[in-house]
Design a protein around this ligand. Sequence first.
Ligand code: FAD
Length: 423
Amino acid sequence: MKSNIIIIGAGAAGLMAARELGKAGKKVIILEARDRIGGRIFPLDEKEFGYPAQGGAEFAHGEAHITKALAKEAGMTLILTQGDMWNSRDGEVTVNSEPIPNQDELHKKLRELKSDLPIAEFLEKYFSEEKYARLRNSIIRMVEGYDAGDVNRISTFTLREEWLGGGEWLQYRIKEGYGAMLKFLERECRKNGVEIQLNAIVKEVEAKDDIIVVRTADGDIFEAEKVVVTVPVPVISGINFIPAIPEKMEAASKIGFGNVIKLLIRFKNRWWVNALGKDFSEMDFIFSGEEVRTWWTQYPDLVPVLTGWIPGPRAEKYKNSSDKDILELALDSLSNVFKVDREFVRKEIVASKIVNWPADPYAKGAYSYSTTESEEGYEELRKPAGNKIFFAGEALYAGKDTATVEGALASGLETARKILKHD
Ligand SMILES: Cc1cc2nc3c(=O)[nH]c(=O)nc-3n(C[C@H](O)[C@H](O)[C@H](O)COP(=O)(O)OP(=O)(O)OC[C@H]3O[C@@H](n4cnc5c(N)ncnc54)[C@H](O)[C@@H]3O)c2cc1C
């Protein structure tokens, strides 16, 4: 089958690129390995959870111009998350009270930093004394929890930009869920003549003189003038490129990729609301040192669901664990944090879903982060191979929204425009 452009991957980046190229009159085909569109946007069964639950991306962070514009175009509603933030530390549970200890000193050292190094080395170099133990702990929790990154690889320059670079820290949810937003994009693609083939696992991309040949695991063959590869960075090396493109493979290995196991549990009741003699009725997030680090509600929606988050190296540790064992970890975490009997919590469960992203062969993790070598990697991957094979996706957006849906949408759009400009 022949087309102008083949896009590998029907996630946010692939669909956004396809819509733009389709609108410009290009014959586009998307080859998607899974039996669904969306990639790391993964809507779960709404009937089971009582709202449009998401097994992957859930929040829109900060300005997110493209996401907000797309939500508006699709007639969707953004809801600001604004409940209470709780912390459970050493058996003590407090609300909205966790400024980073020694924050001024930390900011000063960050501002003075002249050359980049991993955050673990930065802490070792400037904050190794015992009196900074809480600071170190806070930073490690934040980096592992939010960026899902490995503290021994993640770039301090990037974290400095994230923490001190200004910009909006507000966080929103799309009421209808990200899944509905991508369904809208899918309809838009089809309206513009884009063909989407599911269950098409791309195994090989061969660049011939005047054509690119793409082969799938089922032996199907597709041909196009150009190819856009939007698979997650750790998945790129699973595709056989002919001729080989070692510079792109090396570039991909320089970009960090964090892990997350996300758990959703629906209960009979919001049993945690009056736990510990406190008022958790407006709880948004609760952070702890448990293996399931973070839990959050859908507040202001009062649906009796808690979402758990096993981030960073911990997710790697449980990558091969069964869902049953991960659910046991969840019960440990909830009973320790809220001081309730784990068997009571178990009996409250109505439905649960464990989404083990590091074990997913088409994601191999959750989202990218910058290492001290990433800049070279980004630069190399943003350049097309032979002006025919383009790379796109959340990791490759040149702005500050890498790792997010916004970054993926922006990268897809940017890549499509690059192709159209040089056509
Ligand atoms: C648990 C979790 C929570 C997150 N939370 C948020 C959040 O709250 N807010 C936010 O903005 N972002 C969040 N993210 C990140 C966000 O989901 C991603 O940045 C974004 O969805 C990536 O889109 P993409 O198109 O770049 O990649 P993907 O969505 O991964 O799309 C790539 C596609 O390529 C397909 N593919 C892979 N290999 C092949 C192959 N060989 N052949 C054909 N197809 C292939 C995949 O199946 C996939 O559909 C989260 C991610 C995870 C995992």
